[in-house]
Design a binder for this molecule. Sequence first.
Ligand SMILES: Nc1ncnc2c1ncn2[C@@H]1O[C@H](COP(=O)(O)OP(=O)(O)OP(=O)(O)O)[C@@H](O)[C@H]1O
Length: 612
Amino acid sequence: MESVIQEKGNLSIHTENIFPIIKKFLYSDHEIFLRELVSNAVDASQKIKKLASYGEFNGELGELKVTVGLDKEAKTITISDRGIGMTADEIKKYINQIAFSGATEFVEKYKDKGEDGKGDKGIIGHFGLGFYSAYMVAEDVEIITRSYKEGAEAVRWKCDGSTEFELGPAEREDRGSDIILHIAPDSEEFLDEHRLRGILEKYGKFLPIEIEFEEKIINNPSPIWTKNPSELSDEDYLGFYKELYPFSEDPLFWIHLNVDYPFNLTGVLYFPKLRNDFQGQREKIQLYSRQVFITDEVKDIVPDFLQLLHGVIDSPDIPLNVSRSYLQADGNVKKINGYITRKVADKLLEIFRNDREGFEKKFDDIGLFVKYGIISDEKFYDKAKDFCLLKNTEGKYFTFNEYREQVKDNQTDKNETQIWLYTTDLKKQDAFVQSAKKRSYDVLELGTVIDSHFINALEQKLEKVSIKRVDADTLDKLIEKDVALESILSADDQEKVKKVFEEVGENKTAHIVVEAMPVDELPVVITFPEFMRRMTDMQASSGQRSMFGEMPLMYTVSLNANHPLIGRISTTESEDEQKALAKQVYDLALLSQGLLSGKDLTQFIQRTVATL
Ligand SMILES: Nc1ncnc2c1ncn2[C@@H]1O[C@H](COP(=O)(O)OP(=O)(O)OP(=O)(O)O)[C@@H](O)[C@H]1O
């Protein structure tokens, strides 16, 4: 082994200006320096373990702990490990030659040696620039290191961020490295123990080697996603969920991801109990690369609807230090996307098949998610169409196919189209739901924020199915059959009655029609055309205001030509009496749709009281 002599030299880089570039552009977040240096220390520790397992290191491994030390007075942060350390030659090679990654070489050398043929598992570095991120916060960096190799002498390297470095002998008893950062005046915020602990916990919570800070271990080195699902119990999964999100309710179920080919990915995804506002539920998936936390912004890696899930994804194959647009175009990222979608759909189908009852119980909570998936992802729909459930007003659940069977006989119209009826609000639309039930029509409950979009998607996907809200029109028009009811009123009388209503109704946007309905139907029915209403609903649910939102509410006023009261209006002599009667039944119809308010409501009440 050569002995170390004092020397000075120049870093072999191509431009003198690389440090300012690193400082500004390498990472937008300066706190990342700690992630990089602690990762290097963990890598060095993993490497010595590997070498020992290959029989290339026969000394004592001892405790492999990485320690982060803070000295406020000296203004230093020190990251120490008992890993493989470096010889003077290795420093020249790995540290001085920026962008020459020792990790790449190590992986190259040992890639076929691991017991699983994947010798590189567990080594983080790729880029050969991580170490230099230290200069984002330090004005001076020292390395005191001693290689594990027999007879190796300790070495000290120092560089103040210019292109000049010093390299010389040092004192260090044990193998391993200390990276000493002399923090620059503009980065003194990092000399705060709370800040440091926060950063360590954020990035290092699940690093595979113990990390000690202020005499406490801050991490869990073997999180469950690194284990085999067969070794894990429900309690383990629930416990881990609590570790990730301490104050959350228990999740409904989870999926353990584990794939080796064509990319490497592990993780656990949880289905939380979803609330109706789903914005607040986002950014709960954490992305790791070999147990180093990278980000909780998984927008480009996980399809939008899957971002409602919680949990952890760990993949060394997701490029991390590159731009967004690159990430979107990256082949691996696309494959990962597809894989996760498929896994999630398969899991849901499995639960549906194995435990229909349990699945139905959970459906109110996961329905939002499943519907969102159906709307936004064709591949997800292909699987979800077999397990997505529709719930009717009786609380019964149906798959799409089951529902087709259910309503086939009674709700197919004269054009051979099935009409599925739904309510968005059982209480408000009770009168309409009751009318539908009188005719043995089935009514679905579709009233969550996502349902207007879901209904649109379903109509496009399901052939010969049209979905209409119970109050979109009178029932005979909603489900048109071949046989129409006869009208008791003559055509002339119908015109006459219509005129009376046009005069009493002040709302010019209302469209008045006379229709032959069953006698036991109400005299006047107010309905909202499906198309217009759906546009308004969709705009409202996506928080937009637009021409539809600002338009006056359009509705149809249907007069029941077969109701005795309408008959009476046509036969009454006095015009005043006609109008009084029409006004009263019109107001009743408005009232039942919640459209009577303010002065009109007060007058209606006073008028009614006066007749009692
Ligand atoms: N604590 C350490 N102990 C031993 N070797 C180290 C240590 N820190 C860095 N090195 C060596 O220096 C090399 C360069 O480190 P650097 O962080 O710049 O790049 P990397 O880890 O290979 O890749 P990345 O940019 O992804 O971090 C490493 O590959 C490793 O060989």
